[in-house]
Design a protein around this ligand. Structure first.
Ligand code: SAM
Length: 397
């Protein structure tokens, strides 16, 4: 048993079964034994994200942030907040490119690399030292309380947020708890631990089928709502694998979407080696849109990562980027995916009070602020592609 498994087993013996959200939170973020709470020693150990593959991803994002800055009227200070920045690899690519190729934007740029894991945050701060010394970057454990003008984005963060698990049994929604019996962790169904789970599904009009398993991403809903509160004027972009609710809960997903990754191997056994394997679920973009709206975020668009990167690369000159057909790095599970992969989405929400994830314009702003590099000035793109292994981008306005 891993050290974390010992601790969790003891906790269950004393206090009873854990919700799956509590189990997943401990597995990924336990302060000592959590998967993400350790320093990154080996690059590409269990997965890699687009940021790991080539600096092109960061360079194209840099161009997108500069476009946001332009669309907001070139504010003197423009804050880019990267939520879940890891060791700061993507941040380094963005900032290095801005410093050399986009000097006017760089002058206004303050980049905050937000990372929950203290060891990884320290690595990020060390990697960004040059830009911090120049007053253009900072590390933080939390999203700033107020972002006056800026863009908040995340790459493969939301699929790593804890979820509750449910199953529909005899017409009733039951929650899946984690029990420990006979020396092993196992699933046990019981009544819902919180009515927020029933509300989660009801709000989206989701009705599960008998024996259908599903996840309720309550933490993602809280996260997007909080982002919306903190962003006063600007954009939100989320990049992740996921679906809208109509697909996420359809009959192709009767077992839910929870998966474990270790050494680039995918497995449904989420109880093996707690703290030593990555756990993820597909992102529910409908929930993000609905909960983001509660704090002023409006959807600006939704498209595939491929389409987004091609458009972002369209300007070309001076980008230092390879041809567009090469501009589609895989996600962190891009080479270990089962056949029914979710799409990876880039979503933008733009708000004027608080903001959220995805791209768009400020809600209190009356003028339209399209983002040409984003490629979706308004409306929605590519939702018919989500069942394929394409990565997607969305925007909201
Ligand atoms: C899958 S990794 C992705 C890292 C990076 N964005 C990349 O593309 O390589 C998810 C990261 O998000 C961090 N994280 C999870 N929840 C967070 C939160 N609420 N606030 C800040 N960081 C968080 C984790 O510690 C982890 O470093």
């Amino acid at each position: 048993m891993t050290p974390l498994a010992e601790l969790l087993a003891e906790r269950i013996r004393r206090y009873g079964p854990l919700t799956f959200a509590d189990y997943m939170r401990e597995c990924l973020y336990h302060p000592v034994h959590g998967y993400y709470s350790k320093r990154e020693h080996t690059r590409f150990a269990d997965y890699y994200t687009s940021a790991d593959v080539h600096p092109i991803f960061g360079r194209l994002l840099a161009r997108q942030f500069a476009e946001m800055w332009e669309s907001l009227g070139r504010p003197e200070e423009f804050t880019v907040v990267e939520a879940g920045a890891g060791v700061g690899r993507l941040a380094t690519h963005v900032l290095d490119f801005c410093a050399t190729k986009l000097p006017a934007f760089y002058n206004s740029l303050r980049y905050v690399a937000v990372e929950r894991s203290a060891p990884r945050r320290e690595q990020a701060i060390a990697n960004l030292k040059r830009h911090a010394t120049a007053g253009h970057s900072a590390g933080s454990s939390e999203i700033p309380a107020r972002i006056a003008a800026g863009g908040l984005f995340s790459n493969e963060l939301i699929d790593a947020l804890p979820v509750h698990r449910v199953v529909l049994e005899s017409g009733a929604l039951k929650e899946i708890f984690v029990d420990f019996r006979g020396g092993q962790f196992l699933s046990a169904t019981a009544p819902l631990s919180t009515c927020a789970i029933a509300e989660y599904f009801a709000t989206q009009g989701v009705i599960l089928q008998e024996r259908q398993y599903a996840e309720a991403g309550l933490e993602a809903c809280d996260w997007i709502t909080e982002v919306g509160r903190r962003l006063e004027r600007g954009y939100v972009l989320t990049i992740d694998y996921g679906h809208h609710a109509a697909e996420l809960f359809d009959d192709h997903h009767m077992r839910g979407t929870l998966l474990a990754y270790q050494n680039h191997r995918v497995s449904e056994d989420v109880y093996v080696s707690p703290g030593e394997q990555d756990l993820t679920t597909h992102v529910n973009f409908t929930a993000l849109e609905m909960w983001g709206k509660r704090s002023g975020l409006e959807t600006a668009g939704f498209t595939s990562q491929t389409a987004f990167l091609r458009r972002a690369n369209g300007g070309g000159a001076g980008s230092g980027t390879p041809p567009a057909q090469d501009a589609n790095p895989p996600g962190r599970h891009g080479r270990a995916l089962p056949s029914a992969r979710p799409a990876k989405g880039l979503r933008w929400i733009k708000t004027d009070g608080p903001g959220s994830p995805f791209a768009a314009r400020l809600r209190k702003t009356t003028r339209n602020c399209p983002l040409p590099k984003f490629g979706v000035p308004s409306g929605r793109l590519g939702t018919n592609q989500t069942r394929h292994r394409r990565k997607q981008t969305s925007s909201y306005c």
